[in-house]
Design a protein around this ligand. Structure first.
Ligand code: PRP
Ligand code: URA
Length: 215
């Protein structure tokens, strides 16, 4: 269940289950273990919607009764690319849907003063031009991290990139779309605004800290 774009490039997955789970995720009383489980579940549901556009090809199958022609997802294996560290929390849920997906990694953190991304790691599978990439990060705040990660993927040859996040701020959606207009953005929620130090309001706090218990 999808909501028509409130901002260009953005699709909000408005399915009641997703909205229910996002509210649980926002709650500061939600413990770390449940937080991780919810991130997994919401990521799976977002990915299901984002995969509606994957190309299919015919495949011959022998049922116990007769041969038939079915369909399968065409092309090279889908590649998931979490932005470290919080994006890691979204990988397991999506791998439940697509166990054969490859997993690359992009290491980025936001400089506390400038809020601009600083990159420290990049590794993705070969043959990037022929793969579909799902770039994963729970939070799209200023959009600096996502835009920089897409630039790195493009430099490595990636052509088809979809960005999946749990909570997006209008500034982040606008910046990512302005920098990379061909990247579709899927989110579970579009929030109101950013604080002066770049946190999303109402948001859910620091996703990395809540996932990994570092605060
Ligand atoms: C968070 C989040 C995104 C980024 C979003 O990571 O996981 O990567 O901030 O902010 P932006 O849209 O303004 O760039 P953070 O930099 O806190 O690093 P961490 O995952 O290591 O905690
Ligand atoms: N990163 C987070 O983890 N949370 C925010 O609200 C903004 C950026």
């Amino acid at each position: 269940m999808l909501t028509a774009p409130a901002l260009p490039g953005l699709t909000v997955v408005s399915h009641p289950l997703v909205q229910h789970k996002i509210s649980l995720l926002r709650d500061q009383a939600t413990p770390k273990k449940v937080f991780k489980e919810l991130v997994d579940e919401i990521a799976l549901l977002l990915a299901y919607e984002a995969m509606a556009h994957l190309a299919l090809e015919p495949v011959e199958v022998n049922t116990p009764l007769e041969p038939t022609t079915g369909q399968r997802v065409a092309g090279k294996k889908l590649t998931l690319v979490p932005i470290l560290r919080a994006g890691l929390g979204m990988v397991d849920g999506i791998l439940k849907l697509v166990p054969s997906a490859r997993v690359g990694h992009i290491g980025l953190y936001r400089d506390h003063d400038t809020l601009e991304p600083v990159d420290y790691y990049f590794k993705i599978p070969a043959d990037s031009a022929e793969r579909d990439f799902f770039l994963l990060d729970p939070m799209l705040a200023t959009g600096g991290s996502a835009a920089s990660a897409v630039t790195s993927l493009r430099r490595a040859g990636a052509r088809r990139i979809t960005f999946l996040c749990l909570v997006a701020a209008p500034d982040g959606v606008n910046r990512l779309h302005a920098t990379h207009p061909d990247v579709a953005i899927f989110a579970a929620a579009l929030d109101r605004e950013l604080t002066s130090n770049g946190y999303i309001l109402p948001g859910l706090g620091d996703a990395g800290d809540r996932l990994f218990g570092t605060r």
